[in-house]
Design a binder for this molecule. Structure first.
Ligand SMILES: CC(=O)SCCNC(=O)CCNC(=O)[C@H](O)C(C)(C)COP(=O)(O)OP(=O)(O)OC[C@H]1O[C@@H](n2cnc3c(N)ncnc32)[C@H](O)[C@@H]1OP(=O)(O)O
Ligand SMILES: CC(C)C(=O)C(=O)O
Ligand SMILES: [Mg+2]
Length: 557
């Protein structure tokens, strides 16, 4: 027995296209974009946008560079009607932007639509009726001819009203709603009948919009259908072929991309994919997919976090943290090997002059869409040395030697494992200070003086003042330099046997605030390796503090 009731469902129809050409095409130029946030997106909201939210969304869309914006369904709601009037009467529609409104193919709704648009300079009147097999039967209870007649009558009425209002530059759009559940030959027949009424020309084309009202098949089937239609329209040069994918199967973006490859000129969609059920196709993802392949989308995505804020405010819906390009976590790596590769990739980008983005795990440069690098690497128990090192270097200027990265990452790993939580950069820095820079038990370095021996100029004697258990004491030692002499002084007093294996230092900051940070890698008598780190404006003092830290840590073993 089947585990799911699959016998209830039918396989989708294939499109009779055997010489399909779209799979060999690429998306190499931007389509005409039409935002339907204020209509299709709005009609799917728990609380539809009020005037303020509508204005905010409209302003954002204009700012991003949309030239066609479906602003509502003015014959259906007073809010949409009033918003349309406000945009027109307050002259809020930029000269290069065309507003679009939707109406059913019903006389009183078409009439009210033209009432709403009175005085607009330019507008697209978008008329639709459902042509699908099921809706013909259950919703309209009409045959194919009857449904075609609804479309033709609607188209005629739209044309008549437009002719009565010649002061406006009108454009017409028709959608055979539920196109993907309509017999394809019939969908073509209805669209052709509408165009017979509108008589579009290459100079004044109409828009034929073929919606995946419900996405019922994989995107290659949608593409086949678009190519099939594209090759058969009798007035292809007098129409703009538009697509309107929804996302029921989760492939709205691919469907739109394939449709453009198959001949579509225009895409209707929404920001972050809000819309009926699983949403309209997401224009943010589509546009940034283009950017990521070096194609100019002709839309401005340079501040995606700000866009997201406005969209979340208008829709009163959150954008998922994993939403492509726009989610809060989409440029963030928590896992160790990703962090390591990103850190190396970013450094390689800095070192190269190629200008071509090539960083592992980051399909685009986060800064191109206004995301900060702070978000790129975050640390939890899945993280490794690369991430911790990246944060300390980027946020605090600490460039740990490789072996110290390994050592300190174990410290962080332990904390992360114990807490099970993310560690913020501040927590990592606090831990670094506690482990190394503020480690003053049992010894705290205070100051020192050195003397060169008369008979061997490189050998030095040191007198160092340190705190030991809170008391100040003087230690004395000799060696072939201040570090060596100080190590010997401390070793003798502490009774620990360590030798310095490696030493490095660098500056943090510049000018009067510059500090030196010194790293001492030491080995204990039983072969354990450990680090001491010291920081001070004076480089020798920083080194001696690093030695103090190493001895303290060795004493604690
Ligand atoms: C896929 C899409 O997104 S389509 C857009 C959907 N958007 C919306 O519906 C949002 C706004 N809509 C509304 O507020 C309402 O539907 C209104 C105001 C437009 C119309 O309201 P009503 O007339 O009360 O009802 P409703 O929309 O249910 O229409 C049903 C009637 O119109 C007919 N009808 C539905 N769509 C269309 C159409 N596109 N063209 C012609 N007739 C249509 C139906 O067959 C039905 O006829 P019947 O009453 O004889 O059975
Ligand atoms: C009105 C039409 C274009 C629509 O939104 C759809 O079919 O999804
Ligand atoms: Mg829709």
């Amino acid at each position: 027995m089947n585990r799911m009731p699959v016998e209830k469902y039918r396989m989708y129809d294939r499109i009779p296209l055997t010489d399909r050409q779209w799979p060999d095409k690429i998306v190499d130029k931007a389509p005409i974009w039409c935002s339907v946030d204020l209509r299709d997106g709005n009609q799917a909201l728990i609380e539809p946008m009020g005037p303020d939210r509508k204005r905010r969304m409209f302003e954002l869309l204009v700012k991003m560079g949309f030239k066609e914006i479906e602003i509502g369904f003015p014959s259906a709601s007073q809010t949409d009607f009033d918003f349309t009037r406000e945009l027109i009467e307050k002259n809020m529609i930029p000269e290069d932007v065309t507003v679009q409104v939707l109406t059913q193919a019903r006389p009183h709704l078409i009439e009210r639509t033209f009432e709403a648009l009175k005085g607009v300079h330019r507008a697209i009147v978008h008329v639709y009726n459902s042509t699908s097999t099921t809706q013909r039967r259950v919703v309209f209870q009409q045959d194919m001819a009857g449904i075609k007649q609804i479309a033709v009558d609607g188209a005629q009425l739209v044309r008549d009203f437009a002719e009565k209002n010649p002061e406006t530059d009108w454009r017409f759009q028709y959608s055979p709603e539920s196109y993907t559940q309509t017999e394809i030959e019939y969908a073509l027949e209805v669209c052709e009948a509408v165009m017979d009424v509108w008589e579009p020309t290459p100079e004044k084309p109409c828009i034929i919009n073929l919606p995946a009202t419900v996405e019922v098949a994989p995107p290659n089937v949608y593409a086949d259908s678009i190519e099939w239609m594209h090759r058969r329209f009798t007035r292809r040069d007098s129409m703009i072929l538009s697509v309107h994918p929804h996302n029921d199967r989760g492939s709205g973006v691919v469907a739109a991309e394939f449709a453009v490859m198959a001949g579509a000129d225009r895409i209707e969609g929404t920001l972050f994919g809000n819309g009926e059920r699983t949403g309209n196709v997401d224009i943010v993802t589509l546009g940034l997919n283009m950017v990521a392949t070096g194609v100019d989308p002709h839309l401005d995505f340079s501040n995606v976090p700000e866009m997201r804020k406005v969209v979340e405010y208008c829709n009163q819906l959150p954008v998922h943290p994993r939403h492509p390009y726009g989610g809060d976590l989409v440029f963030t790596a928590f896992s160790g090997s990703h962090q390591d590769a990103i850190k190396k990739g970013l450094k390689a980008m800095d070192d190269s002059n190629s200008g071509v983005w090539d960083v592992p795990y980051l399909p685009i440069d986060p800064s191109d869409v206004g995301a900060s690098y702070e978000a790129v690497i975050r640390v939890n128990s899945q993280s490794g040395k690369g991430g911790v090192a990246y944060i300390l270097e980027n946020d605090y200027g600490v460039r740990m030697p490789r072996n110290l990265q390994i050592e300190f990452s174990n410290v962080i790993q332990k904390i992360a494992d114990e807490s099970g939580k993310e560690l913020s950069p501040t927590m990592i820095w606090d831990s670094f200070q506690e482990t190394y820079l503020d480690n003053e038990t049992p010894y705290g370095f205070v100051n020192h003086i050195t003397q060169s021996d008369t008979h061997a100029s490189e050998v030095r004697a040191i007198e160092a003042k340190v705190t030991k258990g809170g008391e100040e004491v003087l230690l004395h030692g000799r060696g072939n330099g201040p570090i060596d002499a100080y190590v010997n002084a401390l070793k003798a007093d502490a009774g620990v046997d360590i030798s310095v294996m490696d030493y490095s230092e660098h500056a943090i900051g510049e000018g009067a605030n510059a500090m030196a940070i010194a790293y001492v890698e030491a080995r204990t008598a039983d072969g354990k390796r450990l680090f001491g780190v010291g920081r001070h404006p004076n480089i020798v003092t920083a080194s001696l503090k690093a030695v103090t830290c190493a001895v303290n840590r060795a004493s604690a073993l």
